[in-house]
Ligand binder design. Sequence first.
Ligand SMILES: [Zn+2]
Length: 371
Amino acid sequence: MAMILDGTLVLPDRLAPGRVTFDDTIRAIEPGPVAHEATRYILPGFIDTHVHGGDGADTMEGVAAIGRLARFHMAHGTTTILPTTITRPWPDVMDALRAVAEVRHAGLSGGPAIHGAHLEGPFVSPHRLGAQPPFAIAPDPDHVAQALATGVVRVVTLAPELEHAETAIAAFAAAGVRVSIGHTVASFEQAEQAICRICAAGGTVGATHLFNAMGGIEGRRPGPATALMCSDAGHAELIFDTHHVHPASFRLAHRLMGERLLFVTDAMRGAGLGDGPSQLGGQEVMISDGIARLPDGTLAGSVLTLDAALRNALAAGTSLVDAAKLVSHNAARYLGLTDRGALVPGMRADFVVMDGDFTVREVWVAGQRHT
Ligand SMILES: [Zn+2]
C-alpha cells in the first residue's frame, strides 16, 4: 500500500516543497505546493558508521545492548548503523563482532538497519590511543582472518605504521572492508603510502574521526590529515559536536573533501543520559556540559547524535542540502550502499521528518514508521 509524506523535500541538489510516495521503496517524488513546507522537512535517513553506544548501552555488551543503542540513535534519525567496537582484549572484541553479526542476521525489529560492524581497535597505535584502553595489537594475519571470518566487519580502523599493516590492508581491502586510517602516529608520507596501498588493493580509503587521534597540520609537518584531505580517494569521518573539531576545521575539511566527508557520532553509552559519571571500554568517564572526558581530561567519545550534528553544520553556515548529505548520502557513498542516502525513486524508504527547528518528529525505516 502506497504511503505519502509531504513537506519541504531535501533533494540531492535542492530544496523543494512536494510529496514523496513510497512503500518499502520510494516510488515517486513530486515537487509542488504543500500546506506546511516551512515546518516540516523530509530528509533521507541518517547513516552512522562509527558509534559505540547510547542510552546506557555499549556495543561491547552484546546483543541486547546493541539493540538498545541502535534504537536510541534511530530516535535521533539514524536508519542505518554500524555498531562499533573498542580496543579491549581480543576475545572481548570477537564476542562483540559475533554479537553484531547475530543482530544483523536476525534483523532488529522496530530498529534501524544494522549494516555491519566498525572494528575500531585493537589495530591502533599504542601511542595514539585517545580514549581507547591500552590493549592495542598489531594486525597480524591470524587476527585479521578471525575478524574477517565473522563476516560482519564493514569498516576497520587501522594505524598504517603498525607491523603487518601492509598484509592486513590487502586482506581487508580484498574482503570489501573500508580501511579507515586512524589512531595513528603516521607521518604525511606514511599516510600517503597507505592510501596508495589501499587503492592498489582495490579498497576504499577512510579516515577515522579526522583531526582526532592523529597528528595535526603544520607547515613543515602536514601529517595524515593533510594526506587524507588532499587525496581524491580518501573519505573521512568527522565528529562535529564542536568539541572534537572546531567549526573552522570542519569548514576546511568540507571545502576540500565535499561529499567525501561524513559525520559520525562516535557516541558512547552516556549519550542521551545527561551529565554524570559513565564508562568507556571499562574506563571511568565524567560527562559534564555534554562533554565526555577521562579523568586525565582526554575526550572520551561523544554524546553526539546525528540530528545534533546536522544542526551544528547548519549553525556553521552549511546549506541544508549539504548538511543532509553529511549525515546520509556521503556515508552511503563511502560504504558502497547505492540503495539509500537520497530522496530518489527506487531507493529504500528511509526518512527523517524534522520540524522547523530541525528536531526529529518521525523516523521511517524501509517504509515502516518507528519513531
Ligand atoms: Zn570511536
